[in-house]
Design a binder for this molecule. Structure first.
Ligand SMILES: NC(=O)c1ccc[n+]([C@@H]2O[C@H](COP(=O)([O-])OP(=O)(O)OC[C@H]3O[C@@H](n4cnc5c(N)ncnc54)[C@H](O)[C@@H]3O)[C@@H](O)[C@H]2O)c1
Length: 256
């Protein structure tokens, strides 16, 4: 069923890797024009090369989402290139494992808060006026199961992701009546460079897979498919919601 995003203009942060890259490719397959944004220009070029095998309507912009002037430039560049903005996917994020609260380095707290939470706030802040100019749009925010459960391995990450879930609810209460739907996804363990970088071991990934009812962790494409649904008009009656996409692992963990 191709064409689920025909004529839509989408902006995807974190587009150089993992879930963001899978989303850029999925959106291209479904007919969207896509601006892939990231702080990693080399990764963006790779994404563009892959996406252009599917569609010519792919562009890239380098951005540090924690800097408001760069985020404003990212949105302006998208509107200048494609004419308007219909969909924003906030997938840029960083996870660094930390010791318990009393030993958390202030620098790491600031890094994860300013990237994951403040950066997502900046992206919404810059995109919403552009979306309102054309009667609305859809924003998909990528949180994490770490923002739902007590994820002990990185308190700053977990708190930033819990903040995203609440930001999503509050912003949906403010903008849904004006035609902008905001929804959130809380992925479980997904096989991306972030997941492999934070665990630093294939063994840890294999161990995690054993706790999943499906016998494996998630694939970025599986999160991208949920993002696609929420970005498209198929989810026209959904706003302010958070979707857990974890292969059923939460229900298993809560029974242990
Ligand atoms: N992989 C998982 O298990 C998992 C689980 C739950 C949630 N998530 C979330 O999904 C999103 C995507 O993560 P992923 O697993 O694909 O990781 P990833 O590391 O593959 O991709 C994250 C991307 O964000 C970019 N980024 C980081 N800081 C940035 C900044 N300041 N400005 C612009 N870009 C920046 C990175 O360059 C990278 O390309 C993140 O928000 C992550 O927290 C991932």
């Amino acid at each position: 069923m191709a064409g689920r995003l025909t004529d839509k203009i989408a902006l995807v942060t974190g587009g150089a890797s993992g879930i963001g890259r899978a989303t850029v490719l999925r959106f291209a397959e479904e007919g969207a024009a896509v601006m892939a944004a990231d702080r990693n220009p080399g990764g963006l070029e790779q994404t563009k090369g892959l996406a252009q095998k599917i569609s010519p309507d792919i562009e890239t912009v380098t951005v540090d989402v924690s800097k408001l002037d760069q985020v404003t430039h990212m949105v302006d560049t998208t509107v200048e290139r494609f004419g308007r903005l219909d969909v924003l996917v906030n997938a840029a994020g960083v996870l660094i494992l930390t010791p318990p609260l009393a030993e958390v380095d202030e620098r790491l707290w600031d890094l994860m808060m300013s990237t994951n939470l403040k950066g997502l706030f900046f992206c919404c802040k810059a995109a919403i006026p552009a979306m309102l100019q054309n009667g609305g749009g859809s924003i998909v925010n990528i949180a994490s199961m770490a923002g739902v459960q007590a994820y002990s391995q990185s308190l700053p990450y977990a708190v930033s992701k819990a903040g995203i879930i609440h930001l999503n609810s509050v912003a949906a209460s403010q903008y849904t009546s004006q035609g902008i739907r905001l929804n959130c996804i809380a992925p479980g363990f997904v096989d991306t460079p972030q997941a492999r970088g934070s665990t630093q071991s294939t063994e840890a990934i294999e161990k995690a897979a054993r706790y999943h009812p499906l016998g494996r962790i998630g694939r970025p494409e599986e999160i991208a498919n949920t993002i696609l649904f929420l970005a498209s008009d198929e989810s026209s009656y959904i706003s302010g919601s958070t979707f857990i996409v974890d292969g059923g692992s939460w229900s298993v963990a809560s029974r242990l």
